[in-house]
Write a protein that binds this ligand. Structure first.
Ligand code: HAM
Length: 422
């Protein structure tokens, strides 16, 4: 018989981690829905053409796309991110602007798997279409910062940059190409190849031999048009006014080609791994047009769930939530009583679980322990005969007997006691 395990770069998320994932998405929903963002659930695969707009020279498109021909002969791809899908949805449905949406879910990139980098990874994110106002750039960044704060993360550093308008970006790219071409022989082989496709991305090189040349390269800030420069200054002023700490990093070009004007990235300084970027985003004025829609401003971000949880581990914050099972019924009389009690408690919305297969008292108490329940309800033959049940607090406190008729009330009292103590 053959046996299987998960493909490279994919993982099973088991309990209690899975409960932590759900809580992560819930906390994000809480932050952004309170700011007027509505949930969008785009499909996980789309026409490949939607994603080609991420940039013909990006690794995401040229090397990492999970694309294939379906049985109907359509060229489709698993989504590597969700911004392009949101813009495609905007063009398809033409909602009124500003359109403020958030999303959560898996994305797929054929990358070299390692810690913090997977082939299937989850993001939470948001996008706003139809607003040029620099106050929105600051709002979007503030929401990400607020979410990290809600998780309890302290060691998060925000970098911001402006890539200018399309014209600025082109002018800067030409200047950069000329500069790097003048230093061609000193550049790493990888960067020489990148240069032929997209000189901006050379700035992203982490190779040691490229660092001095990159450090001396022209700076985008010197090529911003007055309007792009003013926009960036207004974003920074709005961040200052909200007391959001940032560093300006004019080497921050990001891995996707659609960015214009404001770009930003959040890095966890608590992570030792190679991959410390726990989120990023920016403006992509122009993407909607490229997907066949009207000229529409756009901005958003996505935060890597997998990587952010690694940062939470490193900072020892945001633990997995407690189980919802409050009471565990230990029935050594055959299991019928456990069925009745569980049913009664669950109908009254008290989480309850039980053991099966008429296991021994010891085995059932072990299961009660493992379940994370706050109390065990014990029914043996003595209790059954006397019409009683024993309530045993799992963590502290003495056990006591109650009449079966009073069991629900007694457990509800225990729930209240637990809630006021926590
Ligand atoms: P991105 O920088 O490619 O941007 O991804 C955002 C975050 O997703 C990263 O900072 C990282 O935490 C996480 N991430 C990316 N790739 C992986 C991977 N292979 N394994 C684990 N985590 C990963 C975007 O995706 C843009 N759509 C963000 C955006 C939204 N820009 C504007 N709107």
């Amino acid at each position: 018989m053959s046996s299987f395990s998960t493909s490279p770069g994919t993982r099973d998320i088991l309990t209690p981690d899975a409960a932590r994932w759900r809580k992560f998405q819930d906390v994000f929903a809480g932050v952004v829905e309170a700011a007027g963002y509505g949930l969008i659930i785009p499909p996980m695969f789309e026409d490949l053409g939607v994603f080609l707009r991420l940039g013909e020279a990006t690794d995401v498109v040229t090397k990492e796309m999970y694309d294939f021909e379906d049985k109907g002969g359509r060229r489709v791809a698993l989504r590597p991110e969700q911004t392009a899908s949101v813009c495609r949805a905007f063009v398809q449905h033409r909602p009124t602007t500003p359109w403020k949406v958030w999303y959560a879910g898996p994305n797929f990139r054929y990358e070299k798997p390692q810690q913090g980098r997977y082939r299937q990874f989850d993001q939470v994110g948001l996008e706003v279409l139809g607003v040029e106002d620099p106050y929105l750039d600051a709002e979007v960044i503030a929401l990400a910062a607020q979410f990290y704060d809600r998780l309890g993360l302290k060691e998060v550093q925000l970098s911001v940059n402006s890539l200018g308008d399309a014209g600025d970006r082109q002018r800067f790219t030409d200047v950069l190409r000329a500069y790097f071409e003048a230093h061609l022989s000193e550049l790493s082989e990888d960067s020489q190849v990148t240069l032929t496709k997209n000189p901006l991305r050379v700035l992203d090189s982490k190779r040691r031999e490229d660092q001095t040349i990159i450090a001396n390269a022209p700076r985008i800030r010197d090529y911003l048009s007055p309007t792009a420069g003013e926009h960036f200054a207004a974003v920074l002023a709005a961040l200052d006014a909200q007391n959001i700490k940032y560093v300006i990093d004019d080497r921050l070009v990001r891995g996707l080609d659609y960015y214009r004007r404001t770009t930003f990235e959040f890095v966890s300084t608590a992570l030792q791994a190679a991959h410390t970027a726990i989120g990023g985003g920016g403006r992509y004025d122009g993407l909607v047009e490229e997907l066949g829609g009207p000229a529409t401003a756009g901005i958003g971000f996505a935060l890597g769930l997998d990587r952010t949880l690694l940062a939470c581990d490193a900072e020892n914050v945001f633990p997995a939530p407690n189980t919802d099972v409050f009471a565990f019924v230990v029935d050594t009389t055959g299991g019928h009583e456990a069925a009745l009690v569980c049913n009664q408690l669950r109908m009254a919305r008290v989480g309850a679980d039980r053991a099966f297969d008429n296991r021994s008292m010891k085995a059932q108490m072990k299961a009660a322990d493992r379940s994370g329940a706050q109390v065990a309800i014990i029914i043996g033959s003595n209790e059954l005969e006397a019409g009683q049940a024993v309530i045993r607090p799992m963590n502290s406190g003495e056990q006591y007997s109650v009449n079966r008729a009073d069991l629900l009330t007694a457990i509800q009292n225990e729930v209240s006691k637990f809630q006021s103590a926590n």
